[in-house]
Design a protein around this ligand. Structure first.
Ligand SMILES: Nc1ncnc2c1ncn2[C@@H]1O[C@H](COP(=O)(O)OP(=O)(O)OP(=O)(O)O)[C@@H](O)[C@H]1O
Ligand SMILES: [Mg+2]
Length: 250
């Protein structure tokens, strides 16, 4: 089992778009996949049209009173399961603050699923809170969608500093370019700069494309409603690269 967190301190950078498409594409390859939506916005849950059950309160999950395996739902797709979030996830930090070993609760909750899944994807909310620390401890790789702008350069540096200060393995941080507009000189220049500065940067980049926004209309991964599109191809290339990078773990 390999756990990927799709994470950035910054909001609106394409974390959910990547979570939905990477989880789906990996499931098409025959891997057994779980997507856990950790964001109270519930965007991944919305795309996959799934809702968290009433008996699955976040508090019970974090305190171990409910096991993750009992709240996992099937999606409409073979090999792909989901744990949806709901608005109660907004209390995540408060609940984590109240428990012992509070930085390792997500890791602990996932332990039980070790033999059930090949890959687990965590769609993470923005921010750097105790939940983010949980994500860093639980994940084998942190995938960081990075819009080629100074603000995303800054959040990448903040993530790396955090890893180093907490003695976490910064080599598990894998950035990839997201929402790239190749016509913008700022994007072109930042991409050149960041390619030099980011040791684990993926070669595959996700362009800024209207098809990706249309996922909200179809409520499906791209490869389901527009498999021949450039947008779909960009996520396929990214998945292949991430699959390869993570293969040393198996
Ligand atoms: N590559 C892209 N091209 C065009 N639009 C995109 C792209 N990626 C994401 N979007 C759109 O931008 C918005 C934000 O994307 P998304 O929800 O994936 O970001 P996020 O990082 O998960 O945001 P949040 O921090 O709020 O969770 C959405 O409306 C989405 O459809
Ligand atoms: Mg999101």
């Amino acid at each position: 089992m390999i756990v990927f967190g799709i994470y950035n301190i910054k909001g609106g950078v394409g974390k959910t778009a990547a979570s939905v498409n990477l989880s789906y594409l990996s499931s098409l390859d025959g891997y057994k996949i779980l997507l856990w939506d950790l964001d109270p916005q519930g965007a991944s849950s919305f795309y996959y049209e799934k809702e968290l059950g009433n008996d699955a309160s976040l508090k019970k999950i974090i305190t171990g009173k409910v096991e993750l395996r009992d709240i996992i739902l099937d999606t409409d797709y073979r090999n792909l399961d989901i744990i949806p979030s709901d608005f109660s996830y907004r209390h995540m930090d408060t609940i984590l603050d109240q428990v012992k070993k509070s930085k390792k609760r997500i890791k602990e909750a996932l332990k039980d699923l070790k033999n059930e899944y090949d890959f687990i994807f965590l769609d993470c909310p923005p921010g750097i809170s105790i939940l983010a620390e949980n994500i860093f401890h639980a994940c084998d790789y942190i995938l960081v969608p990075t819009v080629p702008t100074p603000l995303c350069e800054r959040t990448y540096e903040q993530i790396i500093s955090f890893f180093e200060e907490d003695e976490l393995d910064a080599s598990s941080v894998i950035p990839f370019f997201s929402m790239v507009d190749a016509r913008k000189s700022i994007h072109q220049n930042m991409m050149k700069k960041l390619t030099r500065e980011m040791p684990n940067l993926c070669h595959s980049a996700i362009p800024f494309l209207a098809d990706i926004e249309k996922m909200g209309i179809y409520r499906k991964p791209l490869a389901e409603f527009n498999p021949k599109s450039k947008a779909s191809a960009s996520f396929k290339a990214l998945w292949k690269e991430i699959e390869k990078k993570s293969s040393k773990h198996k």
